[in-house]
Design a protein around this ligand. Structure first.
Ligand code: HEC
Ligand code: HEC
Length: 440
């Protein structure tokens, strides 16, 4: 549905550019203008999306005031994800930042407060379905081995899926309510404090009226506070689902629309990405279809939103510490009120949600704990994790952070050449939004 909205927006844009310019310019010029308009994000937001955007980037919504917004850890210039390294303390402000990043982990509004996970991108997050336990039929190879259907967790937000979306019927609206109150993020005491800041601001009152038909951002009773705080989440989710965030404006999208050509290296990377062994096998977890040798269609978020343990090593520089391995999905399930889910926790420890690969070329650190620093390193890890002595920059791969429940299908020993690794990296870089290159 989101995608068809995007197509509608593109169609309106195309028509207006075409009608205005058809007298003086040819079609090629119009197509170029569409590309540059897309690149400049000239998207018209609805009132609720505009409200969400204003909240998303408002650094007054932190305690202390003025040091952090959602956008500090989900910055558009790095694909709505976080940064790699930004010095903390006074040195951060010298670079125009109020808070730092250490090894890909963002500092909270309270100076020196760090969680242990990397901010995933907030773009395309709205495409993650409500968290469920789903049944996946076996593929032909599994049928041949006598393997039956598997029960796999899917959807939700956060690396461990704990924003299930079950209460508000929106994963993104539920997720957005957490950071304002988390002490390692924006650090408010309670929802009423957040609403109080919006209430005192004329710009918010007008947008609130337009979005919800009432100007009153009431935080005086518990009921009103709960209702209006949920609306904050819904507004942020509306912005995150808007064509300004879920842009579908990458070179790959232009290629699928017949408006761009992949270089030979990118095209080879795409075929390896969707090839079964001895190819890259990435399609199995990073496409919606999970079909071998089928190009991901327009609108694919490049993830199944399912959970796996890739055997990622701990991040030795994690400022949030590595005292115990991160239990991931299993840790979330063991506290669940659903007995079936609770009973499955032990086989889900160490698993994390497969992230979208859209905009991954803009990211500075990779994986749930930020342990890898380049796409080259990531692909080399997938290719060689299980080979004795293999590693990066002369240092062997460290042991997995969580050595159980690991995935061996498509991870560990792919047998790719160095050139094939480079091709897969080149392909992933075609997934960055804001493509302005040549069109045809
Ligand atoms: C201090 C940095 C920081 C701030 C501020 C912050 N986030 Fe995040 N965000 C993170 C981290 C870290 C995670 C992953 C946490 C986890 O999985 O346990 C995350 C996860 C998310 C996700 C889930 C994406 C996915 O695919 O699962 C979304 C969406 C998101 N944040 C949006 C927001 C919004 C909206 C705000 C403001 C209300 C916000 N963030 C504020 C660091 C931050
Ligand atoms: C078995 C499922 C699976 C397969 C196969 C797979 N991935 Fe992943 N991928 C994941 C999961 C799960 C994560 C997150 C793991 C974590 O952080 O612990 C991930 C993370 C990544 C990331 C880091 C993204 C980020 O935002 O940090 C990249 C890049 C990536 N995969 C690319 C690939 C490529 C390229 C291939 C094929 C060579 C591939 N993946 C094959 C499941 C898979």
């Amino acid at each position: 549905m989101l995608h068809s909205k995007k197509l509608q927006a593109a169609a309106v844009l195309f028509l207006s550019v075409f009608i205005l310019d058809s007298c003086k310019k040819d079609i090629t010029d119009s197509a170029l203008e569409i590309e540059s308009a897309r690149a400049k994000n000239k998207t018209v937001l609805t009132p609720i999306q505009q409200l969400g955007k204003q909240i998303f980037f408002d650094a007054r919504l932190s305690e202390p005031v003025g040091v952090q917004s959602c956008g500090s850890c989900h910055a558009p210039q790095v694909g709505f994800s976080g940064f790699g390294e930004i010095p903390t303390g006074g040195a951060a402000s010298a670079q125009g930042f109020k808070r730092g990043f250490v090894a890909g982990i963002g500092e909270g509004a309270v100076a020196g407060a760090f969680g242990r996970r990397k901010p995933p991108t907030a773009a395309y997050a709205t495409m993650s379905p409500i968290f469920t336990l789903t049944t996946v039929p076996p593929d032909p190879a599994e049928i041949a081995l006598g393997i039956g259907p598997a029960k796999i967790f899917q959807g939700g937000l956060f690396w461990d899926g704990r924003a299930t979306g079950l209460r508000l019927n929106s994963t993104a609206a539920e997720q957005a309510l957490g950071p304002f109150l988390a002490d390692k993020e924006q650090n408010h005491t309670n929802p009423a404090q957040v609403l109080g800041k919006l209430r005192n601001n004329r710009a918010y009152i007008a947008l609130w009226q337009a979005a919800f038909g009432s100007p009153d951002i009431n935080n005086l009773t518990a009921e009103q506070t709960a209702l209006n705080y949920d609306r904050v989440g819904q507004a942020i989710a509306a912005y995150e689902g808007s064509p300004e965030v879920n842009q579908f404006s990458s070179k790959y999208d232009a290629y699928k629309a017949g408006r761009a050509t992949l270089t030979p290296l990118e095209a080879e990377g795409l075929s390896l990405f969707i090839a079964p062994a001895p190819g890259g096998e990435c399609y199995d977890c990073h496409t919606q279809s999970r079909l071998a040798n089928v190009e991901p269609p327009v609108g694919d978020p490049f993830t199944t939103f399912m959970y796996f343990n890739d055997g990622i090593p701990a991040n030795p520089n994690n400022p949030g510490g590595n005292v115990a391995p991160d239990a991931g999905l299993g840790g979330m399930l063991e506290t669940s009120s659903n007995p079936e889910w609770r009973a499955m926790a032990s086989i889900e420890y160490g698993k994390f949600k497969t992230p979208t690969l859209r905009n991954v070329g803009k990211a500075q650190k990779f994986m749930h704990n930020g342990v890898f620093s380049s796409l080259e390193e990531v692909v080399h890890f997938y290719n060689t994790r299980d080979l004795l002595g293999a590693g990066w920059n002369g240092v062997p791969w460290a042991a997995p952070e969580y050595p159980f429940n690991m995935d061996f299908h498509g991870v560990g020993g792919l047998g790719l050449t160095a050139n094939q690794e480079a091709a897969i990296v080149a392909f992933m870089k075609t997934l960055s939004d804001g493509y302005t290159g040549p069109t045809q």
